[in-house]
Design a protein around this ligand. Structure first.
Ligand code: ZN
Length: 193
């Protein structure tokens, strides 16, 4: 895979990287890989996640492959700006669970000269764009779309199939509620049921 992150960091400017895709496509794993590289280079790194996501740990982001990195849980999206003040690299996981303010906040952080790395779902369980990720894609310098493997046919998968009946847009959970599907095998829920 060609990694669209910069080989030579831009000088005297910040930028935004977005890692998006469906569930089980390795978004958090890729975010952790990038922030670990920054840690090794002794850059000051902070990672945020929404407070809603308490699946695995309160003070870490954890990938499905069980890699982890320290994180700060955020209730109010606007708190990110002041908490990130003293850091060069800002990671944000589960972007789809933050408010629509996230786009402007990421712009502000990048304008302050920071490297902003945001990971999140680009589609909801109906296959519709999942705000604020589409807005972030529009303003990002670097975009990576990670693909999973379709649980039905084995093709590259970019959709998240909900396999339980709930109609809430936000249903936190992993293997019990969702599986990765390709375009052909994705079966969007019937909203009338
Ligand atoms: Zn398939």
């Amino acid at each position: 895979m060609i990694t669209p992150t910069p080989h030579h960091s831009p000088v005297d400017t910040g930028w935004i990287e977005v890692i998006c895709g469906c569930m089980f496509s390795g978004k958090t794993e890729e975010l952790i890989r990038r922030v670990r590289r920054a840690n090794i280079a002794k850059q000051k790194v902070i990672v945020f996640k929404p407070e809603i996501d308490t699946r695995f740990s309160n003070d870490q982001i954890v990938s499905h492959s069980e890699q982890s990195h320290t994180s700060v849980s955020i209730k109010d999206t606007n708190d990110i700006l002041k908490l990130a003040r003293d850091y060069q690299v800002v990671g944000i996981d589960e972007a789809q669970f933050f408010s629509s303010d996230l786009m402007e906040i990421c712009n502000t952080l990048a304008n302050q000269g920071k490297r902003v790395i945001v990971a999140g779902l680009d589609q909801d369980y109906r296959g519709m764009p999942f705000e604020p990720v589409p807005q972030l894609l529009a303003i990002a310098e670097y975009i990576t779309k990670t693909l999973a493997i379709c649980m039905v046919c084995g093709n590259p998968a970019d959709r998240t199939q909900r396999i339980t009946k709930s109609q809430e847009r936000v249903l936190v959970g992993a293997k019990d509620h969702y599986e990765a599907r390709c375009r052909k095998c994705f079966d969007p829920p019937d909203e009338k049921n």
